[in-house]
Design a protein around this ligand. Structure first.
Ligand SMILES: [Zn+2]
Length: 589
């Protein structure tokens, strides 16, 4: 019997270990190989549990500075962000064991340092039940999808509400990993593949990184999985129509509320692993292992290429705002609508039957292979692009908005005196707020494969104006590595902007109004004195029955067209864009 069998191996993959048993295993490895493997805390969960990362590094180089000096690349593997999907954790326990125990793995560590977070969502992980993963073929019991306040951490990367997110962002700041992996289990369709994965290669990914992921990493992961007896599909499987697989695979949006979408803003490549929910747990854990083992080989071989791409991507990010008015367009919103390709797909035969229960078609899968090409919305388009400013300026009262940037490690400066100057300002209108909460907020998100439309985003248009800002206003220069984080948080239309998540909701509220009897007098006077206003009012009465039958709306018509309404500055976005920092009194960089 080999030493250090993982808890799942001992148990023939029927169960997955709890947090204590997971770390008993890891600490036993650490005790046996103190020169190769260590664990460290990177924060605490909402319920006060320790968040731990395992570092595997040759020559006892356990500090980021010494690892960087040795020229190694850093791989970070995150598991159990959805704690009911523990495949990656159990695969990583085996991988950690083999990295330190199996001499044939040793050379991989010459150029790669492996960081593993065995359990990210620790509070969800310890909430164990046999009723957490309805579609999933074990293990039972399994952890819970969300954290201690029922926040899905994989919707929290940019807004960073949860203490776990704040801690993980700190880990990213400390290590600046070169490659990131997030391990999951699917929901959705049935098919032959036990492994599906996604690598972002959309137009917002640094071109050299995207080319390497698409042309090198993706095919090698498929091949490596196959060599180990597994079947991998190089894309996330979301059906265009969940009742009709023949209509093909939908485009996968990856906005930065997701871990991997967020890594685009960090200028780093990432791999999303989605093991197929209906395969048995042994198949899934060993498949996840095979994928990670293959990736390690690629990272070891291509370490120099990866380091160069990351360095160049960081440098490109720091230049995003340097062109001032001539800055090239920045792809802010990525959407579907690109080319649809035909892809060979190893599915299962199915029949579509009219359902008495749902009243629509139901799918009945068989386990007979059904290998046919299907359409795949594989290509993206840039739905919205913007011209980055040199910097953003945030007035001091918006502390929550600033606090999120601080959590991300975005470099911030402050104005040292009151400043008046020309700025670009958005004016926004037409926002419709959702009627139900999402992730504890009431956001206006875009419809995607995972999210549904919530409310609807109106419009924001930008104009030049001269304005005065108090001392202590926050200045966010884009001349920094995390420029894209600032852009995505502060540009209103970005898919996960502070505005969309509701951080600026008060700017859309009307705070003053006119009393009916006062408006009655003002309206009478204005109707007598302003023929154009009178004509507009009468036309509205004729053409808009709802308006005509609403006494308050008829009176408000006159308030809304008055300087008293304009003075409320409803929809005036507080964050402004600066074309230059010249002349702005600001603390040193
Ligand atoms: Zn998941």
């Amino acid at each position: 019997m080999p030493p250090f069998e993982t808890p799942s191996e001992i148990d023939a993959y029927r169960t997955t270990p709890d947090l204590a048993e997971t770390f008993r295993f890891v600490e036993a490895l650490a005790a046996a190989h103190p020169d190769l493997l260590r664990t460290a805390s990177f924060g605490r969960s909402g319920e006060g549990r320790d968040l731990r990362v395992v570092v595997v590094s040759k020559g006892a180089l356990f500090e980021p500075a010494s690892v960087r000096a040795a020229g190694r690349v850093v791989l970070l593997v995150q598991n159990c962000i959805h704690a009911g999907e523990p495949d990656g954790k159990d695969a990583c326990l085996a991988l950690l064991r083999d990295l330190v125990e199996d001499p044939s793995f040793g050379e991989l560590l010459d150029r790669v340092v492996v960081l593993v977070v065995p359990v990210y969502n620790v509070d969800g992980h310890e909430r164990r039940s046999e009723f957490h993963r309805f579609n999933q073929n074990g293990p039972v019991p399994a952890g819970w999808r969300a954290n201690g306040t029922n926040i899905n951490l994989n919707r929290d990367y940019l807004k960073a509400d949860a203490p776990e997110t704040r801690a993980l962002l700190g880990l990213l700041r400390r290590w600046e990993p070169d490659f990131f992996v997030d391990d999951h289990v699917t929901d959705g369709a049935d098919f032959q593949y036990d492994i599906t994965f996604a690598l972002d290669t959309t137009p917002d990914v640094f071109p050299a990184t995207a080319a390497w992921l698409r042309d090198v990493v993706s095919p090698e992961l498929v091949r490596g999985a196959s060599d180990a007896g597994h079947l991998a599909f190089p894309g996330p499987v979301f059906l265009v129509d969940e009742t009709d697989p023949s209509r093909g695979l939908a485009f996968n949006e990856d906005p930065p509320h997701f871990s991997t979408g967020y890594m685009i803003l960090e200028n780093r490549p990432s791999l999303l692993v989605e093991m197929h929910m209906l395969k048995d747990y042994r198949t899934r854990v060993t498949g996840n292992y095979a994928l990670l083992r293959t990736l390690l080989g690629v990272l070891h071989r291509d370490a120099e290429r990866l380091r160069a791409a990351n360095r160049d991507a960081d440098a490109a990010a720091t230049r995003l705002g340097s062109g001032g008015p001539e800055s090239p367009p920045f792809p802010l919103v990525i959407g579907k609508g690109g080319a649809t390709t035909s892809v060979p797909f190893l599915g299962y035969e199915y029949e579509r039957v009219r359902s008495e229960i749902s009243g629509r078609y139901a799918l009945r899968y068989s386990k007979a292979p059904f290998n046919v090409p299907i359409p795949w919305e594989s290509d993206a388009t840039v739905a919205v692009s913007i011209r980055p400013p040199a910097a953003y300026l945030i007035p001091p009262p918006w502390t929550e908005v600033v606090d999120v940037l601080t959590a991300h490690g975005v470099a911030l400066r402050r104005t040292t005196a009151e400043w008046t100057g020309t700025v670009e300002r958005y004016h926004c209108s037409g926002m419709r707020w959702p009627s139900a909460p999402f992730e504890g907020r009431f956001p206006i998100l875009r419809a995607g494969n995972v999210e549904r439309a919530f409310g609807s985003f109106g419009a924001c248009s930008v104009t030049d104006e001269t304005a005065t800002f108090p001392a202590g206003s926050v200045v966010v220069s884009l001349a920094q590595r995390l420029a894209k984080v600032a852009i995505h948080w502060l540009e209103p239309e970005a898919p996960d902007s502070a505005l969309r998540w509701g951080f600026f909701a008060p700017i859309f509220e009307q705070k003053e109004s006119g009393e009916g009897y006062v408006l009655e007098r003002v309206a009478t006077e204005r109707l007598a004195a302003e023929p154009a206003l009178k004509a507009e009012f009468e036309e509205r009465l004729r053409k808009d029955p709802a308006f005509a039958s609403d006494p308050d709306a008829r009176l408000a018509f006159f308030y809304d067209r008055s300087p008293w309404f304009a003075a409320q500055r409803i929809g005036e976005y507080p964050v402004v864009r600066l074309r230059t920092l010249d002349g702005v009194p600001v603390t040193p960089a």
